[in-house]
Design a protein around this ligand. Structure first.
Ligand code: AMP
Length: 212
């Protein structure tokens, strides 16, 4: 049976980059609520008695999309997966509780990155509009500015990677998601990895954890 891996970390810690690679190398499904929501930004939530009517409105504000929406996405995706890497979920304790009801984890890995580094990474991040590859204007520039090395697609800045929204996302992370990290740590289930190395260094450490 495939492994059940959870990758935890703040926005910009490298969860997306590392989960994609883990999924490819260990033949796991990459389950990511962020990508799922970006692909369904204008889903109509008006029947749900929630603050905003679309995922887009929450995401652009840097707030969490309602639990009912993301829980459903994760349940459907995990049911269809044998092994998986879960990225971007759970982001609060209620989601962590829900997750424990629908699956068992083999490892919860936390990517540790300082707050200054997170802000620099997120505000300089560019993503390919076609294939989703990640770049950074300073730390990992493409060969030609604005053009994806992988597929020639256009590189764009995510709507929520502006400085103001980044600050709010980090505040929401501290308030809602740090308790999730503490929850797994208190249960002795958390493996911490230094997330400030190069992508290759960080991947080597994560792969060691999964291999065990
Ligand atoms: P990400 O790509 O993981 O940084 O997610 C981008 C945005 O999608 C977040 O700022 C939230 O608005 C929303 N989002 C992603 N995952 C979740 C989640 N598990 N719970 C609530 N909102 C989420």
């Amino acid at each position: 049976m495939g492994e059940h891996i959870l990758l935890l970390g703040a926005p910009g810690a490298g969860k997306g980059t590392q989960s994609k690679r883990l999924a490819a190398e260990f033949d796991l499904e990459h389950v990511t609520t962020g990508d799922a929501l970006r692909a369904n930004k204008d889903m109509d939530l008006s029947h749900m008695d929630t603050e905003f009517d679309t995922p887009r409105a929450y995401m652009d504000a840097g707030e969490l999309v309602p639990d009912a929406v993301v829980n459903e996405i994760v349940k459907t995706a995990l049911e269809a997966a044998d092994g998986y890497v879960l990225d971007g979920y759970p982001r609060n304790l209620d989601q962590a509780e829900y997750l424990s009801e629908i699956t068992d984890l083999d490892a919860a890995i936390f990517l540790d990155v300082s707050e200054e580094e997170l802000v620099d990474r997120l505000t300089g991040r560019r993503v390919c509009d076609d294939c989703g590859a990640n770049y950074h204007v300073e730390f990992a520039p493409p060969e030609e500015a604005g053009v994806c090395d992988e597929c020639g697609g256009e590189l764009i800045q995510r709507d929520d990677d502006t400085e103001e929204t980044v600050r709010e996302r980090l505040r929401v992370y501290r308030e809602n998601t740090e308790p999730v990290v503490e929850h797994y740590r208190a249960r002795g289930e958390l493996v911490e990895v230094d997330g400030e190395g190069t992508p290759d260094e960080v991947f080597a450490e994560i792969a060691d954890v999964v291999d065990e």
